[in-house]
Write a protein that binds this ligand. Structure first.
Ligand SMILES: NC(=O)c1ccc[n+]([C@@H]2O[C@H](COP(=O)([O-])OP(=O)(O)OC[C@H]3O[C@@H](n4cnc5c(N)ncnc54)[C@H](OP(=O)(O)O)[C@@H]3O)[C@@H](O)[C@H]2O)c1
Length: 248
């Protein structure tokens, strides 16, 4: 498949490596230009391009930029083929991103993103921390394999997103439509908690929309305090441990 990846940060870098290793024709762009894309991302054949080139002639465009940059991206999608699928990895953190009223009022983040583009999206890879995504991939059938939720309104697009998630080394879980995708947002029990397929299905089912924003903000506060504590030896997986404690 021909895949464009917009965003070469923590998540975009791992996506670039994994999907090019899996044999896809990958091009990747950031905001600063192809010369600033680290060479190790390109070792398996991915090509660094300008952001203005990333959407042309692709089957799939994965957008992995901070959510508050999403409204700037529509012009970059002008060359995106009509039948290409957009996959969005973003998450809303009002403490970090600009405050967005529609999201504060409860609109699922993926629906807001789709509105910005004027096209549907698939929501995937948003609910795994970048360290887990980078290091905890495994082959299908591995006991304890971590699962990632995938939401979309089109069954075909969701199936495509799920197939790509599997190729990046994780079990893909059908998380339903975009209207349901608040269940995989920050603050929900299945968000960045490194669960197996069965655990993730149970976590998605027990999510409570009204509770998640407070839990998300509490986790951010706790993580910010812990990471500035000079005595803190946070140890491996501390983000996942904090999330499990607060989001469950
Ligand atoms: N980090 C995580 O643990 C994690 C986990 C799951 C999902 N996510 C979500 O995934 C998204 C990406 O996260 P990240 O941690 O990978 O972010 P990041 O490390 O900050 O990287 C963001 C990337 O987006 C690029 N970018 C920003 N604005 C752009 C624009 N207008 N045009 C083209 N490229 C642009 C940046 O390019 P420059 O550097 O050149 O500006 C950079 O390559 C976010 O929405 C985040 O919430 C993050």
């Amino acid at each position: 498949m021909k895949i464009g990846i917009l965003g070469a940060g923590s998540i975009g870098a791992t996506l670039t490596r994994r999907l090019s290793t899996a044999g896809h024709q990958v091009k990747v762009a950031n905001s600063r230009g192809p010369e600033t894309i680290p060479a190790d991302l390109l070792a398996s054949g991915a090509r660094a391009v300008h952001a203005s080139e990333v959407a042309a002639d692709v089957d799939v465009l994965i957008v992995s930029v901070p959510l508050n940059r999403v409204p700037d991206l529509k012009p970059l999608l002008a060359d995106l083929p009509d039948d290409a699928v957009i996959i969005d990895t973003s998450n809303y953190y009002p403490m970090r991103d600009d405050q967005i009223k529609a999201l504060d009022d409860g609109q699922p983040e993926s629906l807001w993103v789709a509105e910005q583009y004027g096209r549907p999206v698939v929501k995937a890879w948003n609910a795994i921390t970048s360290p887990s995504f980078d290091t905890k991939d495994s082959t299908p059938g591995t006991p304890g394999r971590i699962a990632i939720p995938v939401a979309a309104d089109s069954d075909t697009d969701r199936a495509l997103g799920m197939a790509l998630v599997e190729e990046t080394g994780f079990d893909a879980v059908d998380a339903g439509t975009l209207a349901d995708s608040w269940r995989q947002q920050p603050g929900a029990p299945g968000y960045c908690t490194d669960l197996t397929r069965d655990e993730l299905l149970a976590a998605l089912a027990k999510a409570k929309a009204a509770r998640s924003p407070q839990r998300r903000d509490l986790a951010m506060t706790v993580i910010a305090e812990l990471t500035t504590d000079p005595l803190g030896d946070l140890g491996e997986d501390f983000l996942v441990r904090v999330n499990r404690l607060i989001y469950n």
